[in-house]
Design a protein around this ligand. Sequence first.
Ligand code: GUN
Ligand code: ZN
Length: 442
Amino acid sequence: MSAPASPDAASGAAPETLLLGQILDFTADPFSSPPEDSARHLSRGGIVLRGGRITEIGPAARLIESHASARRVDYGAALLLPGFVDAHAHYPQTGIIASWGKRLIDWLEGYTFPEESRFGDALYAATIAGRYLDLAIANGTTTIASFCTSHPESVTAFFQAAQARGMAVVGGKVAMDRNAPDALKDTPERAYDESKALLQRWHKQGRARYAITPRFTPTSTEAQLEAMGALWAEHPDCAMQTHLSEQVEEIAWVKELCPEAEDYLATYEKHRLIGPGALFGHAIHLTDRERARLAESGSAVVHCPTSNTFIGSGVFDAAGLVAGGVEVGLATDTGGGSSFSMLRTMGAAYEISQLNGAVLHPAHLLWLATTGSAKALRMEAEVGTLAPGSAADIIAVDLASTPAIAQRAARARDIWEALFPTMMMGDDRAVKAVWVNGVSRR
Ligand code: GUN
Ligand code: ZN
């Protein structure tokens, strides 16, 4: 009889992997405690993975000794972090990212709707879904909440592509029954039926989560918003994603379409599209009433800074909203956003907050890109954290990925100062490794 290949093989347990590097691990919410003390920094740490989960985290020397038979992967001085969580994206807009010269409504009509009209073609949808998720992984993003298009094929393509890569994603069919080309318009009944069928097929299948997805009030009649609210009431553990108060012209249009509504948020509230699990993209130009209702209802807003500058939408009030008790996530908003990178997105969030007179600490930025976004998605037990028991979605970030970044990081006096130049100037070159569900993907 031949000897077993390893102690794991002998015991039948899943093999262990031990990742080594620097580690930053949040111990508190940096928005409600001193940000510089909100995380534990291990200059030489380790993370033990088994069966797609994190089982232990701690000083490297201790884990090397206690897990002597684990496969060891040493990332040296690179920083091990949870994979980034992008709380609002449109994967079907991958091909039209960086389209020139328009504000929101014209940008939707001129670039977005023609491109989204192609996603009834299952093969095209699968091609773009795969391309998008590969770009996301290359940028260190391991969980995404994405809008699909109004075609069920686009939803199937997204979830299949995510499943093939082991990724935890949130997605949903866009409902839109007015102010759009015929190729994209559905009806209240079709939106309900197709969303329901997709939800039953995909929600909580493996790592997939479904989001009921009315695009925004200008493209949904009241009957359609009502149908989406009814579907969400039947399936409250799904997410609900939409857009809110992104541009002043959009808000004026909503006022025209719904003259009796008190404000933009009221057009969703009327149809029960508010509450825990609700994700409102952008939320820039809010009234005091809207801010208060977002907070007391337990809804989340998602900050999309590169989009807000690219489309010219305005200055989001991250610090004020968090202080007012609103859950805030961070996102690329690909392809209204101009980047697939959550590093670039953190840099843009810093710059926008500066315009608003509030200085975000690197801990705030990292929190928003990981645990904050995960909380907005109600997935914080699974992603956006290095806590034992969570999924092994882990990235290794090179803090000296370009000469410009390296020379600045060399002067850093602590880990936050070492990380900040990568947030401001880094991109996919900084993402040295990506583990998804315990599997190395980069
Ligand atoms: N509002 C409605 N649809 C969209 C979209 O696709 N992108 C952005 N940025 N805003 C929207
Ligand atoms: Zn969006």
